[in-house]
Design a protein around this ligand. Structure first.
Ligand SMILES: [Zn+2]
Length: 103
């Protein structure tokens, strides 16, 4: 298969790209208004299937890269949500990139 991030050829069984470290799991991207950014991130973490959540601006620059590790709950989420809130205050529209566990 081809790495979705850096486009090099990688082994079909690889879980991560050896070059850039990107997960080879499912990756979804969508835009969200900053008004709904915090809600949306909370929802993704609650769903428990995301392994990584990346927030980008409209020019595709990474603003925040959240590694969603097991046990990222309650007090541990708070600093991330504060950071997300700070981004939402500045941006109008953000792109959310979600990497999900491979089924
Ligand atoms: Zn790669």
């Amino acid at each position: 298969m081809i790495c979705k991030n850096c486009n090099i050829e990688i082994d079909d069984t690889a879980k991560f790209c050896p070059q850039c470290g990107s997960s080879t799991g499912k990756r979804e991207e969508f835009f969200v208004d900053s008004d709904h950014l915090v809600e949306e991130i909370k929802k993704l973490i609650d769903e428990g299937i995301a392994t990584r959540i990346i927030i980008k601006d409209e020019k595709d620059r990474t603003l925040l890269d959240i590694p969603v590790v097991a046990g990222l709950v309650g007090a541990l989420i708070a600093p991330w949500l504060a950071a997300v809130g700070a981004i939402a205050a500045l941006a109008v529209k953000c792109k959310i990139v979600v990497e999900k566990r491979q089924e």
